[in-house]
Design a protein around this ligand. Structure first.
Ligand code: BTN
Length: 240
């Protein structure tokens, strides 16, 4: 994979916006990485905002992906984040939560937002709570930061490792396929086989978390049947 072409901003609306502009002008074969110290309109999943706190990492990647791999990238990036955290703290309690959260000590430490850019480019936006965890209105889950978890690194050192791991795992996706990534992801998934509730836009479903399919859809067993869920937020009931 070609190296990341890096751009760094003191302030921007959202690093995803900057990457989109780059991808729209880009010729094939480039991979972009955009960072900013501050975002004035950071976006989260499902229309939420992402609060900009000093010292945290805001980075977006512009990657060329085949249409069939779109749903798979989220697992590649989540896994890369987990591995980067383990690089800095090998013994830490870190795991993955479908579809794209990384939990440290059972609390959310990062966020991933995927958006389409021009043609075959995908924008992968990642926020990591390096120095501080946003608290407050609208946040209905536990949050933490690397600092709170006792990991003393800074956003640039974290990014250097993370960008390298992400590039390696992306290459593996291309050469070895998604089954390989899915297996490692599942080995690190929280509460695999346990009971969960999935909150979707208009309904919520309770069942057993069986895994993910070949495109990353969640497999939920309910009344002896396996259902596929494509978008939602998981809540853990009984822990396995
Ligand atoms: C989530 O809701 O969990 C996803 C949050 C994604 C935040 C990152 S920060 C860098 C990039 N720019 C944005 O506006 N959002 C993503």
């Amino acid at each position: 994979m070609a190296a990341w072409e890096r751009y760094d901003f003191a302030e921007t609306t959202s690093t995803n916006d900057e990457v989109k502009k780059l991808c729209e002008m880009a010729q094939s074969g480039k991979n972009f990485m955009v960072t900013a110290s501050r975002q004035t309109a950071g976006r989260g999943r499902r229309g939420r905002s992402w609060i900009s706190m000093d010292g945290n990492l805001f980075v977006s990647f512009g990657v060329e992906v085949e249409a069939r791999a779109l749903g798979q990238i989220t697992f590649v990036i989540g896994l890369s984040l987990l591995e980067t955290i383990r690089y800095f703290a090998p013994k830490i309690d870190v795991c993955l939560k479908w579809p794209n959260d990384v939990l440290v000590n059972s609390s959310k430490i990062s966020g991933i937002l995927l958006e389409r850019a021009a043609e075959n480019y995908l924008v992968v936006g990642v926020g990591v709570n390096v120095a501080a965890a946003p608290q407050g209105e609208g946040i209905n889950y536990g949050v933490t930061s690397l600092k709170e978890a006792g990991i003393t690194t800074d956003k640039e050192s974290f990014l250097q490792v993370f960008a390298k791991v992400f590039a390696e795992r992306l290459s593996e996706l291309k050469t070895q396929g998604f089954a390989h990534i899915r297996e490692i992801w599942l080995n690190n998934a929280k509460n695999l086989g346990g009971k969960i509730t999935v909150n979707m836009e208009h309904e919520s479903k309770e069942g057993q978390f069986l895994g993910i399919d070949e495109n990353g859809a969640l497999l939920l067993e309910r009344d002896g049947k396996t259902e596929k869920i494509y978008a939602g937020d998981i809540f853990y009931l009984e822990e396995k």
